[in-house]
Design a protein around this ligand. Sequence first.
Ligand code: FES
Length: 630
Amino acid sequence: MSAPSPQRRGRDRDDAAAPEDGAQRVRLRFLPDGAEVRVPSGTPVFDAASWNGIAIDSTCGGYGTCKKCKVRVISGEVPVGAIDPRAFTSEELRDGWRLACRANARTDLVIEVPPLQTRPKAALVGVGRHVILRPSVQKRHLVLTEPTLEDQRSDLQRVLDGLEDLEPHTSIDLMRSLGGILRAANFDVTAVVCDQELIDVEPGDTTARRFAIAFDLGTTTVVATLLDLDSGQPVAVRSMLNRQQPYGADVITRISATMMDDRALSALSERAHETVAELVDEVCAEGAVDAREIYEITVCGNVTMMQLALGIDPEPLSMAPFVVATHTFPPVHAADFGVIVHPRAPAFVFPSLGAYVGGDIVAGILATGLTRDRRLRLFIDVGTNSEIALGSSERVLATAAPAGPAFEAAQIKCGMRAAEGAIEALKITGDDLELEVIGDVEPVGMCGSGLVDAVAELVQHGLLDHSGRFIPDEDAAVLHPGLAPRLTMIGKERVFVLHWRDKDPETSVYLSQRDVRELQFAKASIATGWGILVRELGVEPGEITQVLLAGSFGAYLTPLSAVRIGLVPKLALPRIVSAGNVAGEGAKIAALSLRERAEAHSILREVEYIELSGRADFNDLFIDQLAFPG
Ligand code: FES
């Protein structure tokens, strides 16, 4: 077995601007509450605080123009910056007062944060993350003086003067309509600034309404969350199957389609656009929001999904040396994804670590706070290509393990998607099987979590031995006389019937010996992945304080079964948690906070990618991991 070879992530020139000292970290302690964080050297104090839920006054969002982010450096060195003398007296500067957004932390620091003048809004997103709202989209109501012969400032300058602390640039597109809007509204308007661009000027006061959509563009499912940027709350959430499905269930098949047919790339791109466009219609209708009030979108997804949606040839992703078109996309607009919202709405696209550790995983790492938490945590996004990250604020390593389609039940005899009729969980009680079936209907198959449960229970009850073989009939008859008849043959293959139909194994729902093997390969691949990360980090599995199971499959996995089959380290069950759709949570966080978005770029720089293929120890570890734990 060999792993695909995601490109070792280089320090490409297209990597985002981030703290310049790379992965070296410094420790910051914030007073009065004493919260401690470790951040990359060079991180602005304002960002370090914001990323960790510590609020510092600001109205400019960290651009150095409002001069409200005053903090005092109690210990450690922060040189006086260019803007500091405009905000502080020389005595205050000597006392250590600095503007937090201009103060880069290059040594360990103790920082005093004065009480807030204004209470910032925050939202609970991600895995228990408390995110201070600082959306890229800002609105300002402006009642401007009308031009006169004495005041001949240009229309644009009049608006920019009203924006005081913001110094946005704008586009020729807006200039075409600006004069008309100002005069029709008697110069009573609302400026819409997104990041550093003035994207619109609207008549009257529209400050109460600003929205964004966070997209999780998955290979199978696409999820759209319409967010109210004022409250940070989701207004509507909708999901649907990716309309690229007819071109294949997984990324490799879809890439192959583009290699075999010149028209497939544009067709796949259009299918992705149709999917997101339909979701936009649905969330807008549900949330009673005009699509024009959506001023920004954020998008996360694996690299193939991103490249296909943006019409970029994905072929290099499928063959060595597995090169991505770019780790960080140049400025992209919502329209580039076929999303019809505000015509000048930008799109924030998550950067990717490599061909097989994409923006969805960066979003997931952001949502879990893996790179900032002092606890040693293991993150596994379980899927055909399983992404794994292990670490803490000290250091984070990541890898991709090719698990194959077992978890999606694609090559499982009675496998099916997690839809009505799928066995999603099961338990052996005495001589009986208790099945949990989606929709409470008669079972027609089993989904990935049902497969894991079935194997884990059969191992636990001795019907499968630790090598993954069904035990002989005569042993089963002694061990579990009530269950033994379920162990039967279809052709030359042994199977275990989970649900009888017409007393005929062939028409029943069953687990075959080959299914067990498929799962063994998948779990061994993932266990080898985290095993290598544990080894590289120089820790013991028992030191891991939390395992976060992510992705649409991971979220439904029973922690007990995951431990029993050896998919995750043998830890106390409360330490193994379902993290849900963390990629989607990361996309929401990026829409709600500009500072968190900057952290996504830091993740790109800080997380070290470990390539599994080509490692001398991979095969030995993989063989060791094939057996089920005793
Ligand atoms: S946050 Fe506005 S000047 Fe620092």
